[in-house]
Design a protein around this ligand. Structure first.
Ligand code: T1G
Length: 653
C-alpha cells in the first residue's frame, strides 16, 4: 500500500494492488464542494495517465458517502469543474471505477455512484435523490442514469418522492450491484480488480427498459396530485419519462431545468427550511450541557394525546409506564396504545418482533407509586390548571429528585404549574401536536425556572422521538397557537369586513395550505375556542375589536363537523357553504354598521400572512422565539403552512 497522496484538501488516495483508492474527506457530510470536485478530477486524471493504476475505487471518510452537492454553494458563482464534468470523467474512464458506498449517497452523491461502473454498499448505506424536497431536480445525471439502471417507474418513485432507500432495497432495485459482507473497501478493490481488462458497464449508454405507459401515467398522475402546485416534482416527472431520448439531450435538458429551479423562489424557500431545521437544534446557553439519562418515561393520562406520546416513546426504544385515574382507565389506555402498535404492524411500519418488543416495554397503572422508576414523566391530562398542579404535587412525592416533569399543556401557563411543585427547575413543557405519534413538531417550552440540563434533556428526548423540536418561551399558546389565534382573529375581521368563510378558505388553499382555516376549525370543533373566549370575556379589553360571529354560531348549536354544522353545513358529510352562516355573518355586520366589500384572493392572502408575520415579530421581540426560522418551522410543521413558501417570516421577506 502506497503513502496517501493528496489531490486536494478534501480528496486523497493510496494505491493498493494496482487500485487507486480515492477517499473524500469533507466533513460533515462529504458534500461535493468545489475542492472535492477539483480533487476528484485530478485523481481521475492521474488514474487515467498512470500505467501502474489498473482500477479506481471511490469512497469517503465518516458516516456519509456523499450527502449531495454543497447546498451552501448554491447561488454563488459556479466554480469549475462542475459536478456533471467530473461525472462524465468517471463514466468515460478507460479503467474500472467502483463506488464503495460507506454511508448515505444522496443527490449528487448518488449521481457520482451511478456514473461508476460498479456500485457496492455497506449494509447501513442508503441512497436517494431528495432534490425535489429542496425545490429542484437532480442536476448531474440522476434523471437520466437512474431510469437506465432501474427503469422509469422505479426511478419516478425515487426521484419524485425524494425518499431514502436502504441498501437491501437498492440492491433489489438494481441501484447497487452488491452489499459488502466484510470490509467494504477490500470488497470494492476485489470487485475493481475483477473488472480489469473486461468490458465496462457504463450507465449512460444503457437503454431505458420499455415500461407500461398506463403504469407510468398512473404513477405520474399520483405524483402531480401530491405536488400541490410545486414545480420541481412536475419537472422531475417530465425529465424521467423522457429519458429514452439520447443521453446528451437528456443531460442538457436536466441541467438547464436544475439551474432554473435552483434559483426559483420555491427552491430558496425550501433551502431556508432545510437550514432552519438544523439551526433550531442550536439553543443558546446549552453548549456543553449534558442531558440527563432517560430510559423510562412515565405518561399521565392515556387518552388520545397520551397514547400517541406513548407510541412515539415506545418506538424510540424507551420503557413506558402509563398512569390513569383508575385501573379500568389504565387498561383502556393500554388497549388504545396496543391498537396503535397493531396499526403499525398492519401497515408494515413494525414487524412482529418489533411489536412484541415495544409491547413488552409498556406497563400501565392507576397508582402514582408505580412511576417511581421514571426518569421523565410527561402529563397529558385534562387541560385544567388545578388538575395538572395537583398531579405534579402528587408526583413530587413519588419520583426521584433528579427525574424530570414535563407538561403537555397547550394553553395553560407552565410557570404556574412549575411553581406548584417542590422542584420547579425540573419542570419544562413538551407540547406535542395531535396525533402525537405522527406529527413531527414538538414545542419544547423553556419555563422561567427550567434548569439548562433539563432543557437539554427535553431536546435529547425530542431527537430520540424523531421530533422536530423548537424551543419556545412561556406565553399563551406558545409560538404556534399564538400565531394561529392571531390569523384566525384576522380571518374573522375579514368576515366582518365582507369576505365569507369559503372565500377565505379558498385563498388559503390557493396559497398552498392543504385545508382552509374554517374547514380546519369545523374539524377541530368550535367549542374549545368558545369556552376560552367565554373565560376571557370578563377581562377582555373593550377597546379591542371583537368579532361575535363564532359565538353566534356556537349559540346556535353549530359546533363544527361533529355536530353536523359549523362554519359550513355537512349534508351527507360533504362540506357545503351554508346560507344560514352567511345570514348570521350579515346580521353581525349590520349590528356594527359595517358596509361589506369584496376581497380578492391576493388581498385575503396578504392580510392573513401579515397577521402571522406581525405576531411572529412580536414573539421575537418578546424573546419567546429565538429566530425567525423557528417560527417558520412551527407554522409549516404544525399548521399546514406550505413549506415551498418558506413560512410566514420567510415569505414576508
Ligand atoms: N450541502 C451543504 N451542507 C449540508 C448538506 C449539503 N448537501 N447536507 C447537510 N449539510 C450540513 C447541514 O446543514 C448541517 O450543518 C450538517 O451538514 C449536518 O447535517 C447535484 C443539486 C446527509 C442525511 O438534499 O439529508 O445534490 O448545522 O444535521 O442528520 O443533482 O444532512 O452542522 O452547520 O442533516 O447526519 C441533495 C441533504 C443536495 C441531502 C446527514 N442532498 N442532507 O444527516 O446531518 S442537491 C440532500 C441530508 C444535489 C445534485 C443536486 C442530511 C444527511 P451544520 P445533518 P445528519
Amino acid at each position: 500500500m502506497s503513502e496517501p497522496r493528496a489531490f486536494s484538501a478534501t480528496v486523497s488516495a493510496i494505491v493498493q494492488d494496482g487500485t487507486l483508492v480515492v477517499t473524500i474527506d469533507n466533513p460533515p457530510v462529504n458534500a461535493t464542494s468545489a475542492d472535492v470536485r477539483s480533487g476528484l478530477q485530478q485523481a481521475l486524471a492521474h488514474a487515467e495517465q498512470n500505467a501502474d493504476v489498473t482500477a479506481v475505487v471511490l469512497t469517503s471518510a465518516g458516516r456519509t458517502f456523499i450527502g449531495g452537492a454543497d447546498i451552501k454553494e448554491f447561488g454563488k458563482p459556479a466554480v469549475e469543474p462542475t459536478l456533471p464534468a467530473v461525472i462524465e470523467m468517471i463514466e468515460a474512464l478507460s479503467k474500472p471505477v467502483v463506488a464503495a458506498l460507506n454511508g448515505a449517497a444522496l443527490g449528487g452523491g448518488l449521481e457520482v455512484a451511478l456514473a461508476c461502473h460498479h456500485r457496492i454498499a455497506s449494509p447501513t448505506a442508503q441512497v436517494g435523490l431528495p432534490e425535489v424536497k429542496l425545490g429542484i431536480v437532480p442536476g448531474a445525471g440522476g434523471t437520466q442514469r437512474l431510469p437506465r439502471l432501474i427503469g422509469i417507474p422505479a426511478a419516478l418513485d425515487l426521484i419524485a418522492s425524494g425518499r431514502l432507500v436502504k441498501a437491501g432495497e437498492a440492491l433489489a432495485l438494481g441501484v447497487i450491484d452488491a452489499v459488502a459482507e466484510g470490509d467494504l473497501v477490500d470488497a470494492a478493490i476485489a470487485a475493481a480488480s475483477g473488472l480489469v481488462g473486461r468490458p465496462l458497464r457504463r450507465t449512460g449508454p444503457l437503454t431505458v427498459a420499455a415500461a407500461d405507459p398506463a403504469e407510468i401515467e398512473k404513477t405520474a398522475a399520483k405524483i402531480l396530485a401530491k405536488a400541490r402546485g410545486q414545480k420541481a416534482p412536475a419537472e422531475a416527472v417530465r425529465l424521467v419519462t423522457s429519458a429514452s431520448r439520447p443521453l446528451q439531450d437528456g443531460l442538457a435538458d436536466e441541467r438547464s431545468t436544475f439551474l432554473a429551479l435552483r434559483d426559483s423562489d420555491e427552491a430558496k424557500a425550501l433551502r431556508h427550511v432545510f437550514f432552519a431545521e438544523r439551526e433550531a437544534s442550536k439553543v443558546d446557553g446549552l453548549d456543553g450541557v449534558k442531558p440527563r439519562p432517560v430510559t423510562t418515561i412515565g405518561i399521565c393520562g392515556l387518552g388520545l394525546m397520551g397514547s400517541g406520546i406513548a407510541v412515539a416513546a415506545l418506538g424510540a426504544g424507551y420503557s413506558v409506564i402509563g398512569l390513569d385515574q383508575t385501573e379500568d382507565a389504565a387498561d383502556k389506555g393500554r388497549e388504545r396504545i396496543l391498537g396503535l402498535l397493531q396499526r403499525n404492524l398492519a401497515t408494515g411500519r413494525l414487524d412482529q418482533a418489533g411489536f412484541d418488543a415495544q409491547a413488552s416495554r409498556l406497563s400501565v397503572t392507576a397508582s402514582d407509586a408505580d412511576l417511581e422508576p421514571c426518569d421523565l414523566v410527561i402529563e397529558a391530562v385534562f387541560d385544567d390548571l388545578a388538575v395538572k398542579t395537583n398531579l405534579f404535587r402528587r408526583l413530587d412525592a413519588v419520583i426521584r429528585p433528579d427525574a424530570i416533569l414535563a407538561t403537555n399543556t397547550s394553553y395553560l401557563n407552565p410557570d404556574e404549574i412549575a411553581a406548584a411543585t417542590a422542584h420547579p427547575e425540573r419542570v419544562l413543557g413538551l407540547h406535542f401536536f395531535s396525533p402525537a405519534h405522527v406529527m413531527r413538531l414538538l414545542e419544547v417550552v423553556r419555563c422561567a425556572a427550567t434548569a439548562p440540563d433539563v432543557l437539554a434533556t427535553g431536546l435529547a428526548v425530542a431527537k430520540a422521538l424523531r421530533k422536530l423540536a423548537v424551543v419556545t418561551g412561556v406565553t399563551e399558546g406558545f409560538i404556534g397557537n399564538r400565531i394561529f389565534s392571531a390569523y384566525r382573529r384576522e380571518a374573522e375581521f375579514l368576515l366582518e369586513d365582507g369576505a365569507l368563510p369559503h372565500e377565505i378558505d379558498a385563498a388559503l388553499e390557493d396559497y398552498g395550505f392543504p385545508m382552509g382555516l374554517f374547514a380546519v376549525y369545523d374539524m377541530a370543533g368550535l367549542e374549545i375556542a368558545w369556552a376560552r373566549r367565554k373565560r376571557q370575556a370578563a377581562t377582555r379589553d373593550p377597546s379591542e375589536r371583537y368579532v361575535e360571529i363564532a359565538d353566534r354560531l356556537c349559540e346556535a348549536g353549530r359546533l363544527g363537523q361533529k355536530s353536523g354544522r359549523g362554519w359550513y353545513a355537512y349534508p351527507d358529510g360533504k362540506r357545503t357553504v351554508d346560507p344560514q352562516v352567511t345570514a348570521i355573518i350579515e346580521a353581525c355586520r349590520a349590528e356594527k354598521g359595517i358596509a361589506p366589500r369584496s376581497f380578492s384572493v391576493a388581498e385575503i392572502e396578504q392580510r392573513l400572512l401579515k397577521a402571522m408575520a406581525d405576531e411572529g415579530s412580536a414573539l421575537l421581540a418578546e424573546g419567546i422565539a429565538a429566530r425567525p426560522g423557528d417560527i417558520d418551522l412551527v407554522m409549516i410543521n404544525g399548521y399546514g403552512f406550505p413549506a415551498h413558501k418558506g413560512g410566514p417570516m420567510f415569505a414576508k421577506g
